[in-house]
Design a protein around this ligand. Structure first.
Ligand code: ADP
Ligand code: MG
Length: 688
């Protein structure tokens, strides 16, 4: 249970003054559902307020400090109307200082008629008249500090304004409770970090590096700690020691020898599975590295030892593909492989459920459906989760709770993430790495092409298709971007214009299509009925159409490198030579240029991931978040690189010393885990 002291932070934002139904949506869009979220809604940057001699010098919308002399106080006729104080600058320009509601008292008191005051605030225009609404500061004398005041600039969503956010943040900060310190004294002193409460206040006030570092470190520490608790608790759980005798694996008739990396990974996995403690292992391997065979061998180990294995895919289509591949490969072994997805209904579904219960099905492949409560296994020994990055740690835990004894878990991912991030994302797992591609792979001819050459590219695609091969055409759809609907519109417009050229040979797939339509279109392409597939990034994961050997990516600079790499991995799967055209906009930043050049240069996902991190992390400004594909909201890439190793080590020390989080620091750490919603680790502790 969440410690009581945190309750005020988890109250809904609606409990703040000035938040009505109208703000609900805009706040939600920014993920600001609770007071805690508002307190952690840190500014992107700060602007300096400028002291001006008179209003002619200032622009509308600007934050200024100016000397003004009130000439008249005007109360509104309606009780809810504004209270206006007309004032003159040194040149005789008139400006209204406007107050609403009870704030009018402040104005009356601070701005007597005829006395010059220094006023700070944002200059607006209202009805042809200059005005400053709720001046932020009114002083009798100018101080240098006034002119240098910093104004936070917050990320906004439609319907929210800076002053509104500033007001909400102030309220949220006023509610911060006093919490005991979870960071180790030595680390605090060495880094000269403020307390948690001070850090939040400071981070909203100015570009305070130590404060931001501390908050980032908190997040990294919480993450590492939670992962470690998960890992420790698993280690203590009773699992099934599964010792395969090789009789099924020996019968496989693979058309190729395994690579060294594949053999090593299989040994590591089989070694884990033979232990009593449940395995928790990540198989990391680039697209095409051959993870499926490794998964099959692992599943056969389970079956040899008399248990069942289940493989979870993120989508229906992928589940089907895996099922076909595995069934074919496993044929000579005689094991029974079944498919189970949400689509299965009636008799077929009943049959599969029976088979899982009585043990006649050895291996089941499917979507989330395989873990529904209605699905019972006779003896589930291994769970394989494909494309792991789609699932958070919490979900991973839930999946593996199935069965009285914890099954072994093998997670697989093709997302090439740098070493530091592997630690952050999968810190609770052991890692096997397929760092060697099967021999004979052809390099994909990658080119960067200016957008202006679109007509040529379209003709190129037409020639390609006429030659009997297929092509992907990818439009950007950046997750969480402000203009998602614009992106979608762009993809649909591109589809419409290409449709004029390609007619029935072209299909469209994106995340907002109804699932049946999406699957049907995808299927038409997979069957070869459609020649060109226009898609947003939904095709990123898993699609396998070897005859598709051309990939066009529009506005390639808008994609993350990891994403580009995954997209490109969709081609180069057959015997034919493949091409990838990265179409770029005309205006490119230096970083964007280098990133695209890197794509041209190498096909090594791990190298791309490392250099991407360096490029993005290095070019980052203080406070810009861009943590993109990481599990972090507060820590930036640069902070992750710099602080994660320290946080990870500190978490390890704490868990070594006080694995139950019972001591003083342990208790404080519990607060942190609840505060940042990494409490799944705590739930596993007794008394959590
Ligand atoms: P991943 O899931 O890692 O992206 P797959 O398991 O789908 O990769 O394998 C990609 C292709 O490589 C498949 O056609 C597979 O049969 C083939 N393959 C796997 N291992 C080897 C190997 N050792 N030698 C040659 N081809 C292999
Ligand atoms: Mg795969």
């Amino acid at each position: 249970m969440r410690p009581e002291v945190l309750n005020p932070l988890f109250a809904e934002v609606e409990t703040l003054d000035g938040v009505g139904p109208k703000l609900r949506k805009p706040l939600e869009k920014l993920g600001l559902g609770r007071i805690r979220d508002v307190a952690y809604h840190l500014p992107d940057r700060f602007v300096e307020r400028r002291a001006v001699a008179d209003l002619d010098e200032a622009g509308v919308g600007e934050q200024i400090v100016v000397a003004l002399t009130p000439t008249e106080h005007r109360a509104s006729r309606s009780p809810r109307g504004p209270y206006r104080i007309l004032a003159q600058d040194a040149m005789g320009n008139i400006c209204a200082l406007t107050y609403f509601g009870r704030a009018a008292f402040t104005g009356k008191k601070l701005l007597p008629v005829g006395e010059t005051r220094w006023v700070a605030g944002r200059l607006d225009q209202y009805d042809q008249m200059l005005q400053i609404v709720h001046p932020e500061q009114v002083e009798t004398e100018s101080s240098a500090a006034m002119g240098r005041l910093l104004e936070p600039v917050y990320p906004l969503s439609e319907g929210l304004t800076q002053p509104k956010v500033i007001a909400l943040v102030a309220q949220a900060l006023a509610k911060l409770p006093q919490l005991s310190e979870w960071i180790e004294r030595g680390q605090l002193d060495k880094a000269r970090w403020p307390s948690w409460q001070d850090a939040l206040h400071l981070a909203h006030k100015g570009p305070h590096e130590a404060a931001r570092d501390r908050l980032a470190y908190d997040e990294l520490l919480a993450n590492s700690l939670a992962l470690m608790l998960v890992r420790e608790s698993r280690r203590k759980r009773q699992g099934l020691a599964l010792q395969g005798d090789g009789r099924l694996r020996d019968r496989l008739e693979l058309p190729f020898p395994l690579t060294g990396a594949q053999r090593r990974s299989i040994d590591e996995i089989a070694g884990d599975m033979a232990q009593g403690a449940p395995m928790l292992r990540l198989l990391q391997g680039d697209v095409g590295a051959g993870k499926t065979v490794v998964a099959l061998e692992a599943m056969l180990v389970a079956v040899e030892a008399g248990a069942q294995a289940a493989m979870l895919a993120p989508t229906e289509i992928l589940a089907r593909q895996h099922f076909e591949t595995l069934r074919k490969m496993a044929e000579p072994t005689g094991v029974m492989v079944a498919l189970l997805t949400g689509r299965d209904k009636g008799r077929a579904r009943e049959g599969t459920l029976m088979g899982l219960l009585d043990g006649s099905i050895d291996i089941v492949v499917g979507t989330h459906a395989i873990f529904q409560d209605s699905v019972a296994y006779r003896n589930l020994g291994l769970v394989v989760i494909d494309e792991q990055h789609r699932f958070g740690v919490g979900q991973r835990l839930m999946l593996s709770q199935k069965g009285k004894r914890q099954p072994h878990t093998l997670a697989m991912t093709a997302t090439p993430i740098p070493r530091t991030l592997t630690l952050a994302q999968y810190g609770e797992m052991e890692v096997s790495k397929l760092d060697e591609l099967p021999p004979g792979r052809q390099a994909i001819d990658t080119r960067v092409v200016a957008m202006e050459r679109l007509p040529e590219v379209v003709e190129g695609v037409a020639r390609h298709v006429a030659g009997g091969q297929q092509a992907y055409w990818v439009c950007p759809m950046v997750r969480g971007s402000d203009n998602e609907s614009d992106d979608l519109a762009a993809a649909e417009a591109r589809f419409a214009s290409l449709k004029a050229r390609f007619g029935d040979d072209i299909v469209l797939v994106h995340g907002q299509l109804p699932p049946e339509e999406k699957d049907a279109n995808m299927q038409r392409f997979a069957d070869g009925a459609a020649k060109v597939l226009v898609a947003t990034t939904v095709i990123e994961v898993g699609v396998d159409v070897p005859n598709s050997t051309l990939m066009v990516i529009e506005q390639a600079e808008r994609f993350g490198l990891a994403q580009l790499h995954q997209l490109r991995g969709r081609v180069g799967r057959g015997a034919e030579k493949s091409t990838c055209l990265l179409m770029r906009s005309n205006e490119l930043s230096e970083t964007a240029r280098r990133r695209l050049a890197l794509m041209r240069e190498t096909q090594d996902g791990f190298r791309i991931a490392e250099e991407d991190l360096a490029l993005r992390g290095g070019g980052e400004l203080l406070g810009t978040r861009q943590s993109g594909d990481t599990p972090f909201n507060i820590a930036s890439l640069e902070q992750i690189q710099r602080l994660l190793p320290i946080a990870h080590e500190d978490a390890r020390l704490l868990v070594d010393r006080d694995g139950g989080l019972d001591g003083e620091r342990g208790q404080a750490a519990r607060l942190l885990l609840y505060l940042l919603e990494r409490d799944y680790g705590v739930q596993l502790l007794r008394g959590g």
